[in-house]
Design a protein around this ligand. Structure first.
Ligand SMILES: [Zn+2]
Ligand SMILES: [Zn+2]
Length: 379
């Protein structure tokens, strides 16, 4: 079967032939891949030559976002059956630490996990994949054509979950007792800044807007960019950060309420990410999800920074990967995003390729580009 791989000592993405995988355990599921999504991690792997192959292997199949249809199941599988549409989670736990043993490998304590398409396990830019039932999540029939957004949305779900869990330390911060972070109405009377209008920034903004958070999205693209169109479609405000200092960006976000409750970093721009800490509001939270790759050294007034974080009870938290519960939350919210913000999700897909296009997928320089989809097999 066809696949797109990265190979040791051979930069770029390459077409490759692999044997079709077979069921080898009673709890396994064989899935025919229909669509695979390309995201920032894939581009970074290509750009920085990160061929993280398994021991004894010369290549790794790329891709960690997929939707497919079950072809066959082992005899102990009960949650899915042939013909079901499914998505698969990405990380496989270390099998040692308690978070991994309790279905939270996204919080692995040993670092000995693997990740499909990223870290020592073959990914989803191929025709068939096999995995254990616990990593396979069934997609409701009405969401089949949007399910490719499950994995990226699950990353945003985890980030927002972190915000809500940590900020449950606060009582309500406005005059409404039902606006605590633990309430279903948590987003009201709150302001957020999302840094980066790439797919993750847009999906995080969609979740914030679903919760009625007053949302600003900052990026360095002009007002007529399709990304800005999507930001406005959700009722979020776009902030063109070109030539602006982080303080100006935060001041602008604070104009409506005087407070910036949430910063969601989804750009991976290390300098802005660090500088923004200095302008956090009191008792606020800042979640970082972008992963910068280049080295960057900055001079900071460390005493001022520590003083401020302590005195203002501030929280800066990192959030990576996601587990099955975030995939399930994402499937619920895909439906909500689709009915509330119209064609937002479909409009995010700006470029479509086939598995045979391995030499073209990572060369897109179109300024209109938001997200690339690989159509592995027609629906
Ligand atoms: Zn672990
Ligand atoms: Zn309120």
């Amino acid at each position: 079967m066809k696949a797109i791989v990265m190979m040791k000592g051979k930069p770029g993405a390459h077409a490759f032939d692999l044997p079709k995988p077979k069921l080898s355990r009673p709890d396994e599921v064989l899935v025919r891949v229909k669509e695979a999504g390309v995201d920032g991690t894939d581009y970074n792997m290509i750009k920085h030559n990160l061929q993280d192959t398994a021991e004894g292997r010369n290549e790794i199949v790329m891709g960690h976002e997929m939707v497919g249809v079950v072809e066959d199941v082992g005899r102990s599988v009960t949650s899915v059956a042939p013909g079901d549409t499914v998505v698969m989670t990405v990380r496989r736990g270390c099998g040692i630490c308690h978070p991994c043993l309790h279905n939270q490998s996204d919080m692995c304590m040993t670092g000995l996990y693997t990740e499909r398409g990223i870290h020592k396990l073959d990914g989803f830019f191929t025709e068939f994949v096999v995995d254990r039932e616990q990593y396979v999540v069934k997609v409701p029939a009405d969401l089949v054509k949007l399910a490719i957004f499950t994995e990226p949305l699950s990353i945003a779900e985890k980030g927002i979950e972190q915000i809500r869990v940590i900020q449950s330390r606060l009582p309500w911060t406005c005059e409404h007792p039902d606006h605590t972070f633990s309430s279903p109405d948590w987003g009201r009377c709150k302001t957020a800044l999302v840094v980066g209008a790439g797919p993750l920034g847009i999906l995080a903004s969609a979740l914030l807007r679903l919760a009625e958070v007053y949302t600003f999205v900052a990026d360095i693209v002009p007002e007529d960019s399709p990304k800005v169109h999507l930001v406005k479609q959700m009722g979020a405000n776009y902030l063109d950060a070109r030539g602006k200092k982080p303080k100006e960006i935060v001041d602008f976000c604070c104009t409506p309420t005087g407070n910036l409750d949430i910063i969601f970093e989804a750009s991976g721009a290390a300098s802005t990410a660090i500088e923004l800490i200095s302008y956090m509001s009191r008792s606020s939270i800042y979640v970082m999800t972008g992963i910068p790759r280049e080295e960057l050294f900055l001079q900071v007034d460390a005493a001022q920074l520590v003083r401020q974080i302590v005195r203002y009870n501030q929280v800066v938290v990192g959030s990576v990967n996601s587990n099955r519960s975030h995939f399930e939350a994402a499937l619920k919210d895909i439906s909500a995003i689709n009915s509330r913000f119209g064609g937002l999700l479909k409009e995010m897909i700006t470029h479509r390729f086939k598995l045979r296009d391995s030499n073209r997928i990572f060369t897109v320089t179109d300024p209109q580009h938001i997200k690339t989809l690989i159509e592995v097999e027609p629906w």
